[in-house]
Design a protein around this ligand. Sequence first.
Ligand SMILES: [Zn+2]
Length: 152
Amino acid sequence: MRIPYRRKTPILEKLIERYDSVGSCWQWKAGKDRSGYGRIWHDGKNQTAHTVAYSVFVGPIPKGLHVRHTCDTPACINPEHLVLGSHADNMRDKSVRKRVHGSKNPMSKFTDAERELARTLTGRVKDVASIIGMSACYVCILRKQKEMHKFS
Ligand SMILES: [Zn+2]
């Protein structure tokens, strides 16, 4: 008997299952568009994967702003490489190709040690998050990463 499987895969899992770590970048391995941006179906729309990743891992994107890469890798969905910018910023990036490492990114304030702690601590995500001062969502990501990529 076929068991009806109607539950939609949560967006977080969809994102986490569809990238490969390449250096510090999380390279989207599912569908990409001609410019190299990952594409994902979310909220009834075909969207760029890095934009969805930003809204899931970091937070909502204010109207009129774009999600930009600090790593110049269109397929990358690592929230630490994503920053908000205006359209003008985008254009400037394209001409100058300046690499600024996520100073405006709320996640760049965490050290490797803190990230490691988030991966190691057991207990409720909420508690771990408040101990380290991270968002619960980010703790979730780090834990999933550990499971999937077997961090030592
Ligand atoms: Zn990247």
